[in-house]
Design a protein around this ligand. Structure first.
Ligand SMILES: O=C([O-])CC(=O)C(=O)O
Ligand SMILES: [Mg+2]
Length: 618
């Protein structure tokens, strides 16, 4: 069909042009490129109507000092950059040296942002080649600090803001975004940024960081992503009183006003980008759930904190079963304590319950719920009508009104235990095999609780999953110390491996970053119309099966962040498979080409490609 001959013709034209055989780029090839924008990537050229400084100052076009002499000529930038053409490897050397010279993680963050604003190709090359080191800067944990300081370190526009004074205008505003093709949108209202609470419009760094991982880890193109903040105000007094704060200076909208605001935005986006995947990020409970339920059957969307966190936590628990010599479908035999009853906590536990039901070893959903003990900031979600005398230590009475618990949280209510029983007493009573932290409350995994857990089981599974590092429920060192080195450990933010009595103990990172880039890639490639629970369940199982026997024996549950592109390919292939199975995929399967090959081909890889200047009349 059109594709192959067209591809070949454009290739040949590029060759002739780049090698200097012809002065002008073939008009025919240009017309093809103009008509089929997708070909630009496959044929490894970038086209532009820009000229001179406009080329240099466009981070999507700029190659810095790497423009070839003939490109400098064609693009009118001869003399505007230093004379020596420097290849990417030399640029990387310089950048790395400067980056490592920064004193603090936040300085590195500012440095990386500046690079992204100058030259995105170089930024993504650097990120991909140093994912483990740099994801800790542009993503968790440093991104947390960058959000807290957003209004002090702000330099340059990126992403879109829709604020309370934009009501009625959003459908028009979306057209201000400069790209016609958008595949993935990450949106936050900044109401619960990681475990740091309400940070209002400062939350913008989160969508930006997540989308950088979509590009670096999932091969989505940098022109096809859109970071968004819905600025519905903030209840953070410090920000409200800070004259440098950049968001709306009023308290948060709530109730109908809030939901109709979000609704206007979703409609506006759907109007211009009907196929884009929308990732809801860092919305507080219960808004997170309500929005998910409102839109998940109507729009291609998901909630990262509820669903991706759930998939990776489930993957961790399943892999830990293997690491403990059990079968992956023995999940129903676990006793799981979950500290945290917000969007992430409830999401993770629902994922575990779904999986138990799917595995078919529980008689009912209620039985699956009975295997999980959930605590919120006041203690166990238990029975308020049991006598209170003999429970021991309890949270101060009167702090909480249990009426605030909703149907979802109440599924976990334990009738035979006192309401608000503290963690240590819960652990002593039930001897959990797994403890999950999704509370955002630093240090809530106390020494007493973890030691009590280690008394009850041979290999305690300890997963403090709150982000960033300072919100972690305990540190890796503490977990190994308190369990005599026996813990199987994973945290949401990275910790270094721990040396315990002369031996290395492995630290795993369970972060939704293992899941969302692959999911987005799978959705984009299959052009799926919806995101489904089955996709997340299969994602979890795929990730859980990635570690080798040897790795599992050594406490490694799955590959680390440095293998994110590999993990994403596997996840994407699975997501595609489910999309076709469920009849949600719109992309045609290509005869004789495996899904994995299609996925691999479609992943963007940051390399400099010839820049072709076209005139504005094309
Ligand atoms: O951003 C992260 O590291 C994971 C996440 O979604 C959260 O903690 O809210
Ligand atoms: Mg999040």
């Amino acid at each position: 069909m059109l594709r192959n001959p067209a591809l070949k013709a454009v290739h040949a034209a590029t060759q002739r042009y780049v090698s200097g055989q012809v002065r002008n780029y073939s008009r025919r090839a240009l017309t093809t490129l103009a008509n089929f924008p997708d070909l630009r990537m496959e044929t490894m050229v970038q086209t532009t109507t820009k000229h001179g400084m406009d080329v240099i100052h466009d981070p999507l076009l700029s190659k810095g000092t790497a423009f070839s002499l003939s490109e400098r000529e064609r693009l009118g930038i001869r003399g505007l950059v230093p004379p020596r053409t420097q290849e990417m490897d030399k640029q990387l050397q310089r950048i790395i040296r400067n980056l490592r010279g920064c004193r603090t993680p936040l300085e590195k963050f500012v440095f990386m942002t500046a690079l992204q604003d100058r030259n995105e190709t170089l930024y993504y090359r650097l990120l991909i080649d140093n994912l483990e080191e740099l994801s800790q800067i542009i993503y968790t944990p440093t991104v947390g600090e960058a959000c807290q300081r957003f209004h002090s370190i702000y330099r340059r526009a990126r992403g879109m803001y829709f604020s309370s004074h934009d009501r009625g205008q959003m459908a028009a505003m979306v057209h201000n975004w400069p790209h016609d093709q958008v595949d993935v949108i990450v949106v936050t209202d900044g109401s619960r940024v990681l475990g740091l609470g309400d940070l209002g419009a400062n939350g913008m760094q989160i969508p930006i960081g997540k989308l950088s991982l979509y590009v670096a880890g999932g091969g989505i193109r940098p022109t096809s992503i859109l970071p968004v903040v819905l600025d519905v105000g903030t209840n953070n007094e410090e920000l409200l009183n800070d004259p440098l704060y950049l968001g709306m200076g009023h308290r948060r909208l709530d109730g109908d006003e809030y939901y109709s605001f979000v609704d206007e935005w979703v409609h506006a986006i759907q109007n211009r980008y009907p196929d884009a995947l929308i990732q809801f990020e860092d919305f507080k409970y219960p808004h997170a759930y309500n929005l998910l339920h409102k839109y998940q059957d109507k729009v291609c969307c998901f909630n990262d904190d509820i669903q991706s966190t759930s998939a990776v936590a489930l993957a961790g628990v399943l892999a830990s079963l293997k690491a403990r010599g059990k079968a992956i479908d023995d999940l129903n035999e676990e006793r799981i304590v979950c500290v945290g009853a917000g969007s992430a906590g409830v999401g993770v536990c629902e994922g575990i319950v779904d999986c138990m039901v799917e595995q078919g070893k529980v008689k009912s959903r209620a039985e699956a719920y009975s295997r999980i003990w959930m605590l919120d900031q006041h203690g166990l979600i238990g029975n308020p009508h049991l006598g209170s005398e003999e429970t021991g230590k309890r949270a101060p009475i009167g702090l909480a009104d249990r009426a605030e618990l909703d149907e979802r949280q109440l599924q976990y209510l334990k009738k035979d235990m006192h309401d608000r029983t503290n963690l240590e007493d819960v652990v002593k009573a039930i001897k959990p095999t797994v403890i999950l932290g999704l509370s955002g409350a630093p240090g809530v995994f106390t020494e007493g609780a973890i030691r009590a857990m280690a008394e009850g089981v041979e290999k305690p599974v300890v997963f403090p999953l709150s982000n960033p590092t300072r919100s972690s429920e305990c540190s890796a060192e503490q977990a190994f110390e308190w369990t005599d080195g026996r813990a199987i450990f994973a945290s949401g933010s990275p910790f270094k491996d721990v040396e315990y009595k002369g031996e290395i103990r492995k630290v795993n990172q369970i972060n939704n970053a293992m899941s969302f880039p692959g999911l987005g890639l799978g959705i984009t490639v299959s052009r799926a119309t919806r995101v489904t629970g089955k996709m997340f369940m299969e994602t979890a199982i795929t990730i859980a099966n990635m570690a080798s026997e040897d790795q599992l024996k050594n406490g490694v549950l799955f590959p680390g962040v440095s293998s994110l592109r590999e993990v994403s390919k596997e996840v994407a292939a699975k997501v595609c498979e489910v999309a076709y199975e469920q009849g949600l995929a719109r992309a045609q399967l290509r005869q004789g080409v495996s899904l994995k090959d299609v996925i691999e081909e479609s992943m963007w890889d940051p390399e400099y490609v010839p820049t072709i200047r076209i005139d504005g009349h094309m």
